[in-house]
Each structure stands twice: as structure tokens, then as C-alpha cells.
Design a protein around this ligand. Sequence first.
Ligand code: UDP
Ligand code: UDP
Length: 460
Amino acid sequence: MSSSSDHKLAHIALLPSAGMGHLTPFFRLAALLADNNVKITFITPSPTVSLAESQTLSRFFDSFPEISRKQFHLLPIDYHPSNSEDPFYYHMERICQSSHLLSPLISSLYPPLSALITDMSLASPAISITQALNLPNYVFFTSSAKMSTLFMSFHATIGSKATETDEIEAIKIPGLEAIPRSWIPPPLLQDAKNLLKTYILENGKKMAESSGILVNTFEGIERESLRKLNDGEVIKGLPPVIAIGPLAPCEFEKIQPLAWLDEQPNGSVVYVSFGSRTAMSREQLRELGEGLARSGHRFLWLVKNKKVDREDEEELDQIIGSGLIERLKEKGLVVKYWLNQEDILSHPAVGGFLSHCGWNSVTEAIRNGVRILAWPQHGDQKINADIVEKIGLGTWEKSWGWGEEMVVNGTDIAENIKKMMGNESLRLQAKQIREQARTAVGIDGSSRKALLELIEIWQN
Ligand code: UDP
Ligand code: UDP
């Protein structure tokens, strides 16, 4: 740790975006920087969309009294979606539309900031503001480096023949191998204006003007993507793209120990979760329940019935059906409330993870050496699932498509769970990747060194 006597303290403000998948890595980054003698101001757009966000924010500030909180009160939104847009994208749009309020907020901070770190979904408005204030701006990309490649270059690809005709099966994106059309988040290929498309095109383009791009990844799993980004093979003149992960979860994220897991044999449990904001159709949930029952394995299943937790009020019996719930109890535990995923993934009883491949989930599985059966649902998740498969951490049944494209039947799910849990080489490879991850963030590790160099720049 550097001593504050030879350096002036860097002062960094962090501006996260909407949803736990964006907020959580910002908590972890803030904690890591604070631990390395950086003064942190954490800007919180309020209100939040989900209860999970507001509750975790309170616990975060309780456990880090040295981190200052600055509330950023959002204005009512002026956007009229043609159809019902995702509540989280809608909220990101609201943050963007309130962004002119950030300039006085940032200028009022004392001591003056060394830099602002913003979520990629706010890059465009935030970079314009920091440019006017002559303040360095770093973008924290909360998904994979591979996804950042698509994110930053899609504006140059869109409108080309490849994206316009659906006869072309593979789309060539600079810095990536040709990507199957079906891996691109579908809203990006729609003609109609939608929030996700605007969000990726505008922010992706503007990110090239930032001072640096931080990614929660590490050399061991994304060396090629990082090299191409930094060698100008994606976009010429990009700022440095810096791998600083996998970020470690914080103590305060823990909630309560799960006694049920303690009673299960080591490596026997399949953990099933699709993150903080993915709701499956009732039909699909019941097929998934069938699949778990037929897999013959023990399991812990976190059920989500609504995208936004505040609206998720129905009982499990109503959602899954009481007959199936009774059968599921024979071998598993089904819950419908927030559990801390790190508590689960770090438990020795857990031997596999049926995951949507949200990037936080992938990095958490990596840190704990848990193999994955990938079932990407939307957004960046197919790109992430591809990484999972390529590094030998998991399997991905591509015929399952995106979440809402089809209903995957229980027999198929059971077969794939059995295959994943029976795959010894995945289990061993997961342990190896865990070691690489620990090395990357350990003393002299690539991610750790990159972070310390950055802090050094901010201090000077
Ligand atoms: N998470 C959790 N408990 C839950 C659901 C999610 O702790 O019941 C955490 C998970 O560990 C991860 C984050 O919420 O840190 C979800 O982020 P991810 O990128 O995996 O997916 P998203 O929710 O953004 O789709
Ligand atoms: N994104 C991401 N990681 C996240 C959240 C968002 O990379 O944790 C980016 C990514 O470019 C993705 C887009 O934002 O394609 C929207 O995905 P997000 O996970 O926010 O929502 P989804 O559509 O997956 O529910």
C-alpha cells in the first residue's frame, strides 16, 4: 500500500448505473480503491429501480464510513417508449436525461477530483461533462472485454450489408472473429429505435474519447480481446483498455449463511440462477423445474418471476405449481428471495452453476472455481457464454436460443445438467482458472499491477 506522506491522495468519484449487475462491480471497485488509499466519492442516482439496489446501497455506506455518498436526484423522464421498454434501460435513460445536473455536483466536490469513473451506459453524457470541466474520465465496462469490443465498434458495423440482411449468418466486427448473427443482442438488429440500441451506439462511440476503459476481467481468460483492443485492431486511437479483475466481493454483501448447503456433500449441488433481472415465463419455469427434478442432482434454485423485485409478489406454489414444488423438495431447495450469490458459489457443496452468464456471475464462478452450464437469456450473455465455453469453464447448448425465443423442455435441461455435472475436465479446468484469477489479483499479478499504476497516475 502506498503511503500518503509521499503522495497526495487521489480523489475519485464513481458514478454507477441502474441494476445490480452494474452497481455491484462499482461497490467492489470502490472498496478496492479505498483499500489502496484512494479517497472515494460514490454518486448514487436516486431513486433506484430495485429494492436490492437500495438495500445494498445502505449496507455499503454503513460498512464504508470513509466513502462519501453524494445523492444524484433524478428528474422525471421525458421519453415515450413505443412499446414497454425494459425498466432498467428506461432508468439508464432517465440518468442520462438528468446528467446536466452532474456538472455542478462534480464541481462542488472537495478536494477537487482526480478523475470520474462512470458506467459504460452513461459514457456519452458523462464524457461530455468531464471534457467541459477538463477532468479525466474513465469508463468502467461491467461486462467482458469481448463484449466491450462489440459495444465500441457496433456503430461502425451497423447499417452495413451484414446487419441489414438477415441472410448473412455471420457478422464481422473489427477485432472479433465473425460472430453468428444470433449472438448479437436482437434489439441491435431491429430497425425500430429502442433504448438498448441507442445506449450501445451512443456510448460505444463516445467511449473512444475517455481517458481509459476499465474492465472486470483478466489476462488469463481474455488475453486476445485485450490485445486487439489495445493494438488498435478494434478502433484506432482507443484509450488504454485495462483489465483490473476479477474484482473480489465485499464482506458487507454477505447476508445469512444457508444451513441447507452445509448438509449437502461436497460438489454435489447445482446452483441455478439467472441473475438479478431476468424473469422467465411461467411455462419455462415449470419446464426448468421438471428438468431439475429429472436431473437426479441436488440443486439450489433461485426463482425470479418478475424483472423488478418490488413487483415479484406471487408465492412459489402459484408460480411453479404445488405438485412440482413437492417433488422438487426431495432433492433441492427452491427460494424466491435474494440470497448472496457469493455465499453460494464459495460453498464447498456447490459443484455446478446453471447460469445466464451475466458477466458478474461468470467472474464470481471463476473466482470460486465452479463450472457452468450456460443458458444466455439476453444482452451480452451469448458473448459471455462463448468465453465460458472457449476457456473450458463450461458448456453451452446453443440450440436453446435466447430466453424468450422458445420454451426449452425439461428432458433436455435434465440431460444437459447431467452432462455438465458428469464432466470431470470442466471441473478440473474450473479449479485451474480459479488459480489464474487469484494470481491476476495477487501481489505482482497483472490486474493488481494495472490498478496500482492507475492510482499512481491519479496521484500525480
Ligand atoms: N445476485 C445475488 N443474488 C441473487 C441474484 C443476483 O447475489 O439472488 C448478484 C450476483 O452475484 C451478481 C449480480 O447480482 O453479482 C448479478 O449480476 P450479473 O451480471 O450476473 O447479472 P444481471 O443481474 O445483471 O443480469
Ligand atoms: N451490459 C453489460 N454488462 C452488464 C450489463 C449490461 O455488458 O452487466 C451491456 C452489454 O453491452 C449488454 C447491454 O449492456 O449488451 C445490455 O445488457 P444488460 O446486461 O444490461 O441487460 P440485458 O439485456 O442483458 O438484460
